[in-house]
Design a binder for this molecule. Structure first.
Ligand code: IVH
Length: 793
């Protein structure tokens, strides 16, 4: 069929042509990528794409939604398939200064047994801040493209890579090995990054923090049509599997890539020695801002490939290459203000507002301040152990040195004290919450004579409007209830209008329709959508429900662990109620938290104290050290004794605390809850604290009137134990006690913590004590674990 020239097509003809081209191109793509059996030559295929593009340019209004120019046709998979790298994708060792670079060359030279470094010419090229990619060609045809992944196995992103113009589908020229994996960096230019963020803004979508994240997000889109709209670039600089050698030097290899149709970096240079490498490093450092894309250093590679092969690799790094990183970028600006934000748990977090300044191409106006001690200059640097900024305190109006390294929030690393006004005053960290209630904010932790908590917390808890709002924000967040159309802004509105004070209120918003309708941003349709989204969540995953409660230390992972361990809200809540009064008492917890006093020493001391007499009266001679020594408890070694002496100057005091702790040791149900794999005592205590508060319990109960946490497995109503009350005691062998309890509850039984006349069955494992005795006294049926398993199966 002869084709009409694009210029002479009528509109009707164009519609038909575009439809035909869309079909043909997509059939060919399927034949090429999915069936491995192309029906057209590449030139013919390219001609189809070109004709399609030309018609679209002439008739922009006719561009189809399934246009081959914005999509690659193949159906979006829900997940990327994994592909194993035939040759691992290595990472690079880092050099941070000139000395490290000289060491690198020295090591290579010694390894090869060379007298000097003159024979070790190296290439120097920009280290692009993107993500590495391996593209496989067989007989010159692109087969697949794989991300680095863990270096051994990456994700198949072929469909997306086909939209990258810098990566040829068919290699140009000749001389390429039959199998060739070309590796390089996928990145977004500054211009493309800005355009993308502009488009995100217009669409009301979140912005990307930097070009690297944006490139990664774009390459890993499930819909290639989206990737196609983002002009990703690619520089080829390395290779993986090759069926035959194709070059003898690094320079030569990269020159081959260029001949075969890849973009290669014009700033790659061959250098004879260390001085040459460092000169190129300096030069690139100066030109960094003008390159048009992000680089974070310069990569040096031994040029001779035979030497590369001899040098080989050490674990994850080649011995023949190194990345010379640029120091983090810094700028000087002025500290305009210190804002205090209140977190969900009441933590007062200071944030620096600085006069906007460009640091390495990014405008910075906020910096982290960590905490009160950081501002005062008394916090210790994590690396050096010395006070931050040489101990200088930070004042509003100060000239400060700000540093940005990678993605992290900018840091204040120094103060120019000379420029400080004589009238400036140290920053007074607020001692009250910035909310309207101005509740006292305190730093805990000094009751053991130890250090103060670094964090100052508002004591208002549920009364504090800021904490409530943060709680609500967590509740509706993506990992919790994930309510569409209900974000921080809407919550703030509903909170301000007095409609939502706690999670349960969200599910009663429908009652306030009349009040809401017509308010700015709340039209008919958006309210309908909002109420529908809320209703959808009345049935909710148990894990999301638990996470949404916002219990301290109970994050997404722990919530998942708990949901799996208990299967249902009823079982979970029953375990908490059982554990609640089996917790250690205050005295025990105080001793347990003491530095220097290990669990074994504590046990020994408590065993002793349980039967000890209270000392009559303490006197000066009743020395704690002496008395401890007299006990001759070999397990209570010097560090433990020192710790005790420090906290308890008085012997009578120590004995009474020990006695009280001995009586208040944690018991079975608490221990088994805390022992759930993936939870630990901190989260366990936080959970129990949360449910010990009546206002928390009430709020949860009100929420349970509105939503139903979905059971992992629904309870059975006709098992042999339905309706019976079971007590587990002693240790179990085939399952944990919590699994056993969860199973019993799933089977419709009730689980109790102590034996009474109402108990139907006691399941006793080895080590069972008083509960077993009580059972025989009351004539309650007792089973072994094996008998129980047989009984319920
Ligand atoms: S060579 C075996 N050259 O840096 C050597 N890597 O920190 C393989 N990178 O994973 C890497 N620009 O993603 C090489 N010009 C360049 C590079 C470069 C950026 C990345 C690459 C690698 C990472 C290691």
């Amino acid at each position: 069929m002869t084709k009409l020239p694009v210029d002479s097509l009528t509109k009707e003809q164009a519609v038909h042509e575009l439809e035909r081209l869309a079909r043909e191109i997509s059939e060919n793509r399927r034949a090429y990528f999915e069936e491995d059996a192309p029906t057209l030559s590449d030139a013919e295929y390219d001609a189809l794409e070109r004709r399609n593009r030309l018609i679209e340019q002439r008739f922009p209004a006719l561009v189809r939604t399934d246009s081959p120019s914005t999509s690659v046709g193949s159906a979006a998979s829900t997940k990327f398939t994994k592909i194993t790298h035939q040759v691992s994708m290595l990472s690079l060792d880092n050099a941070f200064n000139d000395g490290d670079v000289a060491d690198f060359l020295g090591r290579a030279q010694r390894f090869l047994g060379f007298e000097d470094q003159s024979a070790l010419a190296c290439t120097a090229e920009p280290k692009i801040d993107g993500l590495s990619l391996s593209v496989r060609y067989e007989k010159g045809q692109l087969k697949h493209a794989v991300t680095r992944g863990d270096g051994k196995e990456g994700e198949d992103v072929t469909a997306n890579v086909l939209t990258i113009g810098d990566i040829p589908r068919q290699l140009d020229g000749e001389g390429w090995p039959e199998i060739l994996e070309v590796r390089g960096e996928v990145y977004l230019s500054h211009a493309a990054f800005e355009a993308l963020n502009q488009a995100q803004t217009e669409a009301g979508l979140p912005l990307y923090a930097n070009p690297r994240n944006a490139a990664a997000g774009s390459l890993r889109q499930l819909d290639p049509a989206i990737t196609a709209q983002r002009p990703l670039s690619f520089y080829a600089y390395a290779w993986g599997e090759v069926s035959s050698p194709f070059a003898t030097t690094q320079m030569g290899a990269v020159a081959s890539f260029a001949r075969w149709g890849f973009k290669t970096n014009a700033d790659m240079k061959l250098c004879a020695d260390t001085a040459g490498l460092l000169a190129h490093y300096q030069d690139l450092g100066l030109r960094r801002a003008e390159l048009g894309y992000d680089i974070d250093g310069v990569v040096y590679k031994v040029n001779d490939l035979a030497l590369q092969a001899r040098l080989g690799i050490v674990t994850r790094f080649p011995r023949w290459a190194i990345a010379h990183k640029f120091p983090p970028e810094r700028a000087i600006t002025i500290l305009d203000a210190i804002d205090i934000q209140v977190g969900r748990t009441g933590a007062l977090t200071p944030v620096a507002r600085v006069r906007p300044v460009t640091v390495g191409g990014v405008v910075v106006s906020n910096a982290t301040l960590h905490n009160e001690d950081f501002i005062a200059g008394i916090a210790l640097d994590r690396v050096t152990g010395q006070p931050v900024r040489g101990g200088k305190d930070l004042r509003i109006g100060d000239h400060i040195v700000i540093q940005r390294a990678g993605d992290v929030i900018p840091q204040i690393v120094d103060i120019l004290v000379d420029k400080r006004e004589a009238s400036s005053e140290p920053f007074a960290f607020p001692k009250v919450c910035p909310c309207p209630l101005q509740t006292p904010a305190i730093r805990g932790g000094d009751d053991l004579g130890g250090d103060l908590d670094v964090v100052r917390r508002c004591t208002g808890e549920f009364a504090c409007p800021f904490q409530r709002l943060r709680h609500l924000e967590l509740f509706v967040s993506r990992k919790a209830f994930d309510i569409d159309g209900l974000g921080p802004r809407q919550l703030q509105d509903f909170f301000d209008w007095g409609l939502v004070k706690e999670p349960a209120d969200i599910f009663k918003l429908g009652d306030h329709r009349a009040l809401l309708e017509g308010r700015d941003g709340y039209g008919q349709t958006s309210l309908n959508n909002l109420f529908a989204a809320i209703d959808q969540r009345r049935d909710i995953d148990l894990a999301r429900f638990i996470f949404g409660l916002g219990v301290r230390h109970v994050g997404e992972t722990t919530s998942g662990v708990l949901a799996r361990a208990f299967g249902s809200w009823t079982a979970f809540k029953a375990a908490i109620d059982l554990a609640q009064d089996q917790r250690a008492n205050e005295a025990y917890r105080q001793l347990e938290a003491m530095q220097g006093l290990g669990p074994r020493a504590l046990e020994v001391l408590l065993d002793w104290a349980a039967n000890a007499e209270m000392p009559q009266q303490s006197s000066l001679f009743d020395d704690v050290a002496e008395n401890l020594a007299k006990l001759r408890l070999s397990e209570v070694a010097m560090p433990a004794r020192k710790a005790l002496i420090q906290v308890f100057p008085d012997w009578a005091d120590l004995v009474s605390t020990l006695k009280s702790a001995a009586a208040g040791r944690p018991r079975e149900d608490y221990i088994s809850l805390a022992a759930i794999d993936g939870m630990g005592p901190v989260a366990c205590d936080a959970l129990l604290d949360f449910f010990a508060e009546p206002h928390n319990r009430d709020a949860v109960n009100r929420l349970l009137e509105q939503v139903r946490p979905r059971d992992a497995e629904a309870p059975v109503s006709d098992s042999p134990v339905t309706g019976l009350t079971i007590v587990f005691t002693g240790s179990l062998e085939t399952m944990t006690r919590d699994e056993a309890k969860a199973q019993a509850i799933r089977l419709g039984a009730k689980v109790a913590g102590s034996v009474s006349a109402k108990t139907d069955i006691v399941v006793a494992g080895p080590g069972a004590g008083s509960k077993l005795a009580k059972a025989s006294e009351l004539g309650v049926r007792v089973m072994t674990e094996a008998e129980w398993a047989a009984f319920v199966s």
